[in-house]
Design a binder for this molecule. Sequence first.
Ligand SMILES: Cc1ncc(COP(=O)(O)O)c(C=O)c1O
Length: 473
Amino acid sequence: MSADPHTRSVAPAWLRRPDDANELVPAVWPTTAARDEDGVLLLGGIPATALRERFGTPLYVVDEDEVRATARRTLDAFRAAAALHGTQARVYYAGKAFLTTEVVRWVTEEGLAVDVCTGGELAVALAAGADPSRLGFHGNNKSVAELERAVEVGIGSIVIDSPIEIERLAAIVERRGVKQSVLIRVNSGVHAETHDFLATAHEDQKFGFTLTDAAAAADRIRELPGLELVGLHCHIGSQIFGTAGFEESAARIVELHAELLQGGELPVLNLGGGFGIAYTSVDDPTPVEQLAVGIADAVARQCEVRGIPMPNLAFEPGRAIVGRAGVTLYEVGTTKPVALDGGLTRLYVSVDGGMSDNARPALYGAQFSARIASRAGEGDPVLSRVVGKHCESGDIVVDAEYLPGDVAPGDLLAVPATGAYCFSLASNYNFVPRPPVVALRGGEARVIVRGETVDDLLARDAGLTTTPTEGIA
Ligand SMILES: Cc1ncc(COP(=O)(O)O)c(C=O)c1O
């Protein structure tokens, strides 16, 4: 057995042991994150301790300035990259990542369009005052009612996912006597995740048309007077670093695009979202400017080979717009060293939230990082696992992280990079109310979604014979 205690550690191979377990790795935190002279974490200039006092924990904190700046930077990057090839780019914010009326306003004010994938998400975007003509609608099983509503409000585009949906939508637009722009979702056979991508002839998944079936779908759509085919759509996965997966996918989809051009115009090519962010100190996301140029160049090359004009490009980032802007604050309730085989130990740090406010570790094995936020901790970094309060051993918030050895009950713990797919995937498992969302802007904090109460949860229970909180200690 090795004499070096770190090589015998139960830490995953990728996890770096920091010299200082209070350090804030810049890529993982909002740009404004810092520590004050007492070591307290500042978010948007506000001490995390002040946020706890005012709003309690668990608390979703989102830096509005960061979301706005990222949205603008992303739009600028894709527009500039498209302009290099004499074309245009539209950026849709993928609302599924984190949708509230405020978030819709932030991103639309910064020039983004929005994509929604259910009637509920559409309702949020409309309630926020979004221009329906700048909304896109996705989903593999949109109901008749959802499609009706989308057409009724004049949605910009609907991404068709199946042959049945073509007929379903055609019937609606015919009855209403309107014309609807549509794209065809194509499954390019490229599936990308983080650094790797898989390219197969067929992918065994629920979304879209295969490359082979898409041509027949296009023919059918073009026969229907109420539908206007404006382009192809493809989304190859999530948390993708680099451009290789997009390049492979572009090669395949531009081939189909060229083929379909023979039957009519096809002004748009939507390449979806999936751009990765840093969740831990080892993640090194590709800057959006580089991504944008790489992808636009790849499409341009393919168009040149086939002698076709460059289409207008569209993209749908979600995580990359909001992920880094979010931090979740928890209070530590208990800590417990657990002895493992071989004389090793892991420190379990239990917080007052868990898989109900961040399902990603349980759902995808996602990794996060954490820091004490109420002070600078002391003591050697200790390999820790941050867990929630749910009755589930898979209730893990941060699987592996070095925390200061003196982490203790009452400490405020901050988990960064929780802006995407945490609020939107939250549940009430174990009847835990969902936390409020607080937005930071210009040194001010305000609630943009109030926290749930036990009354909220009991209000849906038709078996109640008492008023909701009666008898609850
Ligand atoms: C069709 C589509 N577009 C965009 C996105 C957004 O992906 P991300 O948040 O990884 O950018 C998704 C995510 O699942 C998606 O399915």
